[in-house]
Ligand binder design. Structure first.
Ligand code: PEP
Length: 251
């Protein structure tokens, strides 16, 4: 268990219409309303953001988006700017999810551009990193994480990093039912924290929240949260049902 304030975040991916998202929010909020000692976030699809924002207003559940574009505005058909997300009520934005990297050409460089665009409007980036199964088997986990973290945080200075969250999501554990063991997750988190400590002045790494993501469920959240460097979870599949996500949030 870390001393940092934990964050449990739900990534809904391309699931739920606006009406379905509203129904989730109405059912979920009362299940977690008593929890004052942790942060809670849900990230619906763009089309549901404003509706869900209305329901979450004044509650202890924050709203997040699943991506953004780095330009403030312009002729960028289908893109969504940081300012638009902030105006829609978002507090967080997920950046560099492995599905974006795998299917939509996201690179460490574009991740960095998105992170740098999120911070000035007050959005908290949840920057995702993680190795594939092939990379793990080839013994490249640490070198992949090193590159993703170093490049993702390039050109940022310590005082900009106050709120930034990193999510360690081994690609082989996402949506597969294969959770990293608590020891595998702790080792990766510790590695990321020491890397951040080498890159930025004292204090930044110790304060930074590092979430674990990859088949988190009500059954495994407690053992993960018991590890020193695990400060929360980014949850996909199990965040789609209010009762199951509430069980995770209430670990
Ligand atoms: C995710 O999409 O970030 C994720 C961790 O998914 P799941 O929990 O379904 O593995």
């Amino acid at each position: 268990m870390s001393a940092r304030r934990s964050l449990i975040a739900g990534n809904w991916k391309m699931y739920k219409t606006s009406a379905e998202a509203a129904d989730f929010a109405r059912r979920f909020v009362p299940l977690v309303s008593g929890l004052a000692d942790r942060d809670i976030m849900i990230a619906p699809p763009f089309t549901a953001l404003e509706t869900v924002a209305g329901i979450l207003k004044g509650t202890n559940v924050a709203l997040g988006a699943q991506n953004l574009f780095w330009e403030a505005e312009g002729a960028f058909t289908a893109e969504i700017s940081p300012k638009m997300l902030a105006a829609a009520g978002c507090r967080y934005v997920i950046i560099g999810h492995s599905e974006r990297r795998q299917f939509f050409g996201e690179t460490n460089d574009t991740v960095n551009r998105r992170v740098r665009a999120a911070l000035p409007v007050g959005l908290i980036p949840v920057m995702c990193v993680g190795e594939t199964e092939q990379e793990r088997e080839a013994g490249q986990t640490f070198s992949v994480l090193d590159k993703q973290v170093r490049k993702g945080l390039k050109n940022l200075v310590a005082n900009e990093l106050g709120t930034l969250v990193i999510a360690y999501e081994p690609v082989w554990a996402i949506g597969t039912g294969k959770t990293a063991t608590k020891e595998q997750a702790q080792t990766a988190h510790q590695f990321i924290r020491s890397l951040v400590a080498n890159l930025f002045p004292a204090g930044v790494a110790a304060a930074m929240r590092i979430l674990y993501g990859g088949s988190v469920k009500p059954e495994n959240i407690s053992e993960l949260m018991a590890m020193d460097d695990i400060d929360g979870a980014l949850v996909g599949g199990a965040s789609l049902n209010p009762e199951s996500f509430a069980k995770i949030v209430c670990y």
